[in-house]
Design a protein around this ligand. Structure first.
Ligand SMILES: *Cc1c(COP(=O)(O)O)cnc(C)c1O
Length: 454
């Protein structure tokens, strides 16, 4: 037996309310089954309002594009549209969904590596192409209809600053002049600006990338082009916990005692994931930190205003932070490998981001009684040793039994469908949207059109 090391997840008030509303949870699993993904569009609306409020407060001309790849939900995409955001799509299928949700082509931006067919569609519709490579630019130039002005951003990488993380995406700065030349010679392309995307909370990294990107904007102007947009991508953080303390204590316990008792045999927990889940600062702080950071003693916001640049951001996880949870049912408990194990009707890849360990305790819905002395490991339903939902021993508020429902909190960002499979014929969990209407939740199929919205 180990000392208790609970890692409680922060809960948005709407989510907390849903989880204590036994009727809502029962109705959802009763109608749609278990396991089940639940999204909360109202939380996303709040996140969008909070981020745009920061941009507005700093007087920076801006636009916000929702990075759709974070969650395939139709309800969340519809909420992004209702909130007046643009859509950042990463495939032809995502483009279809954005158009179906009502986004006009000039409110859509396409990022990531693109196939020739995707490029043809982008050019024909006049969707903004965030170009990943010179090859894409050449293709776009060829595909742009005569007399059109297909908006283009150059996604840049290969920054000289050592604090900017290396990336496999984007056009290396060494090729920026060649990229500008392709756009300059293409009658159908219109250089709207330059872009980058860094997955970091470090303001210094974004400021350095911004400074180097602005040099490309200046070069473009010298070449007779008129870019006016700097797109700094996403990478704003999620706020996983209210209090970082338990996390620090857990990391210490791991470092001192080793994973022995806290982690399933044969597995290790790595520090970067720990760092991510230990975060208690909201995305608005990261954005604020960037806008108030200084370039030659002047705040970024002021520099952007003076250079008459429009700031684009493409948040994914920050927009859906706390905007979803995943419900699963305990099939049975057993003793295995000398440890206490609960087997769930869920599969690891249906609730983990790119197979990373989720370092937060799930919540036992309608749990009663005292916290058990020891923790429990959580297993999935696949016939694979690796299908452990939690390789880390989790510590719950009350004892688990067959038939209990566990809620994995804050799973909307990348945890629902980015790496989900239908292995062994278990389909990915269905998805529903829960909207708080007065004092009760209205739960509908995620794809349904007749959703009530506040
Ligand atoms: C994935 C992605 C985003 C969203 O990133 P988050 O970290 O979820 O905010 C934004 N822009 C690009 C180009 C991306 O690939």
């Amino acid at each position: 037996m180990s000392a208790r090391h609970p890692l409680p997840a922060a809960q948005h008030p709407i989510v907390a309310r849903f989880l204590t509303d036994g009727v809502a949870v029962n109705e959802a699993t009763g109608r749609f089954g278990s396991p089940l993904h639940v999204v909360f569009p109202q939380v996303m609306a709040e996140n969008a309002a909070a981020l745009t409020a920061v941009l507005r407060r700093h007087g920076v001309p801006h636009d916000v594009f929702y990075a759709h790849k974070v969650n395939a939900s139709t309800a969340l995409l519809a909420e992004a549209y209702a909130a007046g955001l643009g859509a950042d799509v990463a495939s032809s299928a995502e483009l279809d969904r954005a158009l179906a949700a009502g986004f006009a082509p000039d409110r859509i931006e396409a990022t990531g590596p693109k196939s020739p067919a995707f490029i043809e569609r982008i050019a024909a519709l006049g969707v903004t192409a965030n170009a990943d490579d010179l090859w894409e630019l050449d293709r776009l130039a060829a595909a742009a209809p005569v007399g059109s002005s297909v908006p283009v951003l150059l996604r840049l990488s290969g920054f000289a600053s050592s604090v900017v993380p290396q990336s496999r995406f984007g056009i290396d700065l060494a090729d920026a002049d060649a990229a500008l030349e392709i756009v300059r010679r293409a009658p159908g392309l219109d250089l709207r600006g330059v872009a980058f995307h860094l997955d970091t909370a470090d303001p210094a990294a974004r400021v350095d990338a911004l400074t180097e990107s602005m040099a490309v904007v200046a070069a473009a102007h010298r070449a007779g082009l008129r870019p006016s947009v700097i797109d700094i991508g996403g990478g704003l953080r999620q706020r996983f916990v209210d209090d970082p303390e338990p996390f620090q204590r857990y990391a210490q316990a791991l470092a001192v005692a080793g994973p022995e008792d806290l982690v399933w045999p044969g597995h290790d927990l790595v520090a970067p994931t720990a760092h991510k889940y230990g975060n208690h600062r909201p995305a608005t702080d990261v954005l604020e930190g960037f806008l108030t950071a200084e370039i030659e003693r002047r705040p970024v916001a002021e520099v952007l205003r003076e250079c008459m640049l429009t700031l684009w951001i493409e948040p994914g996880k920050a927009l859906v932070d706390h905007g979803g949870l995943t419900l699963a049912t305990v099939l049975y408990r057993k003793n295995a490998a000398g440890r206490d194990l609960a087997v769930l009707d869920l599969t690891r890849n249906q609730v983990t981001p790119a197979d990373q360990e989720v370092l937060l305790d799930p919540v036992l819905v309608d749990g009663r009684g005292d916290p058990p002395d020891d923790g429990v490991f959580l297993a999935g339903r696949l016939c694979l040793e690796s299908d452990l939902i939690s390789r880390r021993k989790v510590f719950l508020d009350s004892e688990l039994a067959s038939g209990d429902v566990l809620a994995f909190v804050n799973t909307a960002a990348y945890q629902m469908d980015l790496s989900a499979s239908a292995a062994a014929g278990h389909p990915p969990p269905p998805k529903v949207a829960a909207v708080l209407d007065g004092d009760r939740f209205i739960v509908t199929d995620d794809a349904s059109d007749d959703r009530h919205r506040s």
